[in-house]
Design a protein around this ligand. Structure first.
Ligand SMILES: [Zn+2]
Length: 307
């Protein structure tokens, strides 16, 4: 006879050392831990040491999880000094053999300054929500990607320089614009190249008080409308009330070049009502694991719905 105490002892001893137990659901706690480790690197402005450190962290994380990771490097110039700045998108491919694909994009750079901060607009901008939140969702979502059933493959794309801006005339979305142009050129050169069926941008998805209204352009464009309907439909099915099924804000985000240049029907998932937006208060303290979990669950279930 096996005593209860013996059973407990057996269960507590793990045969493979410290290997974590398999968690079946998207974990907001785990995503939050990723958000905190990204913020621990400090600001991640395009071309900065913090960005380089983040890139190393992400390449290692996604390769360890089983993805093919490639950098897509390009140069831009610092508009103040005229010096060249190294920019690099990261393309993280799951099941690269599948030609029909979904793109999930985030920006991983942080704004150079918290210019909306009422006290310290030249201070430190950490970008916990505006920068790290989308990346953190992808890092946790990675656990589910190797076993994603057919037919679609998925590319996570971390875009550089979504907001490498200081002056009012500085352009936004440099990384996604570069990516979109490359995709068009590559497909022109080889029409058999993979095709993106749809895309989703995740941006500012960790606000403690999360409310994701539908983005106006994503609702207006006929080709992105179905993507919006699917995502908010999944949210309703799962009871995720943070997804509000009505349009509100118009946002110029990375979905615009993807849709307008690359013709990928891409919807923006963003909570644009964030009190700490572009201030020194955009820190992990104003983010919540529950919010990351709400978004992660919806995106994961939507991927599983693909036929
Ligand atoms: Zn921003």
């Amino acid at each position: 006879m096996v005593t209860a105490a013996f059973l407990v002892a057996v269960c507590a001893s793990r045969p493979y050392g410290d290997e974590p137990l398999r968690r079946p659901e998207f974990s907001g706690q785990q995503a939050m831990a990723h958000l905190e480790s990204i913020c621990g690197l400090g600001p991640r402005v395009s071309g900065s040491p913090g960005m380089t450190a983040q890139r190393t962290l992400l390449v290692n994380h996604f390769r360890d999880a089983g993805a093919r990771v490639t950098g897509q490097a390009f140069k831009t110039e610092d508009r103040r000094t005229g010096k060249p700045v190294h920019m690099e998108n990261l393309v993280i491919e799951w099941h690269p053999d599948r030609s029909e694909r979904i793109l999930i994009g985030v920006h991983y750079d942080t704004r150079p300054f918290p210019d909306r901060d009422p006290v310290d607009p030249q201070g430190t901008f950490l970008g916990a929500n505006d920068g790290a939140s989308g990346v953190a969702v992808l890092m946790e979502l990675a656990r589910f990607m190797p076993s994603l059933p057919k037919p679609v493959g998925v590319d996570f794309v971390c875009f550089d320089a979504e907001e490498y801006v200081v002056g009012a005339r500085d352009p936004y979305c440099l990384g996604s614009t570069y990516f979109a142009r490359r995709y068009v050129a590559d497909r022109r050169a080889d029409p058999r190249l993979h095709r993106y069926r749809a895309g989703v941008i995740l941006d500012m998805v960790a606000d403690k008080d999360l409310q994701i209204w539908q983005e106006q352009q994503s609702v207006m464009w006929p080709d992105t409308q179905p993507v919006v309907a699917e995502l908010w439909g999944v949210a309703a099915r799962l009871g995720v009330r943070e997804f509000v099924p009505r349009p509100k804000y118009t946002v110029h985000d990375d979905h615009v070049p993807l849709r307008m240049i690359a013709k990928i029907p891409t919807c923006d998932v963003i909570d644009f009502d964030y009190p700490a937006w572009h201030t020194t208060a955009d820190t992990p303290a104003n983010c919540a694991p529950e919010s990351l979990e709400a978004v992660g669950r919806v995106v994961h279930a939507w991927l599983l719905d693909q036929r």
